[in-house]
Ligand binder design. Structure first.
Ligand code: FUB
Ligand code: ZN
Length: 639
């Protein structure tokens, strides 16, 4: 990291000091071992996913759209009206990648893209190539004039992603060209909507998060005010104002789809399009903490309870319905038809991470970890260049990951999410350090202005033994909060939606410098307050039996079935291991499964064996050619 950039980081953290009580560690301070599961995901994202996504963006005309809007190329707008957002998301991922690894070629490519984006931007700051390339030949869903069809135009969504990318690149390089483009656009949006008192809000939430980041990096309150204005307007401004045409309004008059059925403070249930919803719930927490507005936070708590109690899959996937890419009714969790968009998993991680940073409660990390290791990691192939848009829990063998989609939101969301994995592994409070997820890494953090190196050795999630050593620059007193996952204490989720039939018989064991310490777990953490000195060692042992999971009987699709979980990993039965009749197969109720670590298989995984079946981690399915698959297995009476 270059010296001059450190000042920017300082500014970033100081401005946020009044909001979330806990701060995530900077992701680039966590160096995963490349063989570890998270390390492998980060490495693959940088080496494969980001270059692959850029190439696909080139091939599909997404980058050419900017060149055409800039007058550098001739031709029509190509693709969908939200394609600009894909380019911005890959750029955001590339910026994070530069924070992890110097790459002058990538930086030069980014600078070239930024040059094109700048040229494409209208003199007043407007940027939306779906209109700019040829205003007389608009991409479907685009309104006839600026912001006239917010219901579906994605005009504000696209630039929200630009704000996030621009902030990331500024923090990565200290160069402010991209940030200036973003600010010029945000200033225009502020003038038109906030100062112009335009009663409207984005059809797809996202800009609210981007604006909070612009506020954090500039300290300019106008961006925070604008984010809050959009949140405030939702459910208050007439829904009709979101449509350019009366006929469209009559056909699509469903404000629940975009969480506009009630003012956000009154919303209590998770409804509508899942990605929109979860971006909005995340924004409610960002803005709610920054402006200290409790009703936003209360909404976030309520919808979380609704999701975790009634609307989440055992894989941590959310948004069960294909129709409207939406949350279903309570307990409506079909397996084969499960939608579980990869973007919804990413958004669910964003949401739960924020809830943890606000409360310090490990129950949110239990949800985050479940989603991350299962529904989210399933979204990308082990090779890093094939993607699932939907992540069902059962398949007839026809579904396979693809290199790209005409709606490429998921591949590009993964490109910006995966490089930042490190930030979910540690958090910092006032004189406190939280170890939040496990995976082999070396981290460099600062607690109370003292530098500490942490070395974590483990093959988690394949084994529950974790060896952590601390190397503070000099002895320092602070509280260490060590996460004891809910599953290790016999709780599948912080709700009664899923239960372990056979929870672990043993309790987690924690040793400090060889001596066992008593396991007093509060809010999912074991607190150890002491003066930490060089070489201090924690040995953590989390029990990892193979657990059978049962769903609440109101989940019709799971009645008479079990799922298998070991550690945070949910397993599945694939036909490639078990034959083509797997979807019809049942297992005897008393079947026991044993785990076997297979370093040679699927990048290194623990498989399960029982009743003649081989079971693999759900996230790793469809990596050996087309295969039938199911997570929930029918049970028959007897041994
Ligand atoms: O509309 C933009 C993105 O495409 C959404 O976030 C996804 O759900 C998909 O509809
Ligand atoms: Zn998506």
């Amino acid at each position: 990291m270059r010296g001059k950039v450190m000042g920017f980081f300082l500014l970033f953290s100081v401005l946020l000091a009044g909001d979330y009580p806990l701060k995530p560690v900077k992701f680039y301070r966590v160096k995963f071992s490349p063989e570890s599961l998270p390390g492998n995901r980060v490495k693959t994202a940088i080496e494969v996913t980001i270059p692959h996504d850029f190439e696909m963006a080139e091939r599909t005309g997404r980058i050419a759209n900017f060149e055409k809007a800039a007058g550098l190329k001739k031709g029509d707008f190509q693709g969908r009206r939200y394609n600009d957002s894909d380019v911005f998301k890959i750029m955001e991922g590339a910026a994070y990648s530069l924070m992890l690894k110097r790459d002058p070629e990538l930086e030069a490519y980014m600078d070239r893209l930024i040059f094109i984006v700048k040229k494409a931007q209208a003199p007043d700051g407007y940027l939306y190539t779906a209109r700019q390339v040829n205003p007389r030949k608009l991409s479907p869903g685009t309104g006839p004039t600026r912001w006239s069809n917010l219901f579906t135009s994605h005009e504000l969504y696209n630039v929200g992603h630009m704000y996030e990318a621009a902030v990331a690149y500024y923090l990565a390089t200290g160069k402010d060209e991209f940030l200036k483009i973003a600010l010029k656009n945000a200033d225009l949006v502020y003038k038109v909507f906030y100062q112009g008192k335009k009663c409207a809000y984005p059809g797809h939430q996202e800009i609210e998060i981007g604006l909070s980041k612009l506020y954090a990096v500039t300290g300019k309150e106008k961006y925070l005010k604008l984010a809050n204005y959009f949140l405030h307007n939702r459910g208050r401004c007439p829904f009709r104002a979101m449509f350019a045409s009366e006929s469209d309004f009559r056909v699509y008059n469903d404000p629940k789809y975009m969480q506009a059925h009630l003012p956000v403070e009154e919303q209590r249930e998770a409804v509508g399009h899942a990605v929109r919803a979860l971006y909005m719930y995340s924004a409610l927490l960002d803005v709610g903490t920054l402006i200290d507005y409790r009703p936003y936070i209360d909404t976030a708590f309520s919808v979380w309870k609704d999701i975790v109690g009634r609307k989440i899959y055992i894989t941590g996937g959310v948004g069960s319905l294909a129709e409207g890419e939406a949350f279903g009714k309570p307990y409506e969790l079909p397996n084969k038809e499960a939608y579980c968009e990869t973007c919804a998993s990413i958004a669910n991680v964003f949401f739960n991470h924020r809830l943890f940073l606000l409360t310090g409660d490990g129950k949110y990390l239990d949800v985050l970890e479940r989603t991350l290791y299962n529904a989210l990691f399933a979204g990308i192939s082990l090779s890093g260049d094939r993607f699932f848009y939907v992540n069902p829990l059962e398949s007839d063998g026809k579904l396979e990951r693809k290199p790209w989609y005409s709606c490429a939101c998921c591949p590009t969301n993964l490109a910006r999410f995966l490089p930042t994995l490190g930030k979910y592994f540690y958090a910092l409070g006032r004189d406190s350090l939280y170890i939040t997820l496990y995976g082999e890494n070396t981290a460099r953090v600062e607690v109370s202005d003292k530098k500490i190196k942490i070395e974590e050795r483990t093959i988690y999630p394949w084994d529950g033994k974790i060896d952590i050593r601390f190397f503070p620059e000099s002895p320092i007193e602070f509280s260490l909060y060590l996460r004891i996952p809910g599953w290790a204490m016999g709780r599948a989720l912080p709700s009664s939606l899923y239960k372990f039939v056979n929870p672990p018989r043993e309790k987690p064991v924690v040793r400090l410098n060889g001596r066992e310490i008593s396991l007093k777990v509060e809010k999912g953490f074991l607190k150890i307050k002491r003066k930490w000195k060089e070489g201090d060692r924690l040995e953590v042992s989390l029990p990892m039996p193979v657990m059978k999971v049962k769903a609440d009987s109101r989940v019709k699709d799971d009645v008479g079935k079990i799922a298998l979980q070991r550690g945070p990993i949910i397993y599945c039965f694939e036909s490639v291991d078990n034959g083509k009749e797997i979807l019809k197969d049942k297992i005897p109720e008393k079947t026991t499964f044993r785990a076997e670590y297979r370093p040679d298989l699927l990048g290194g995984v623990a498989t399960l064996k029982g009743a003649g079946f081989t079971v693999i981690p759900y996230y790793a399915w469809d990596n050996r050619g087309p295969s039938r698959m199911k997570v929930w297995m029918e049970v028959k009476k007897g041994k």
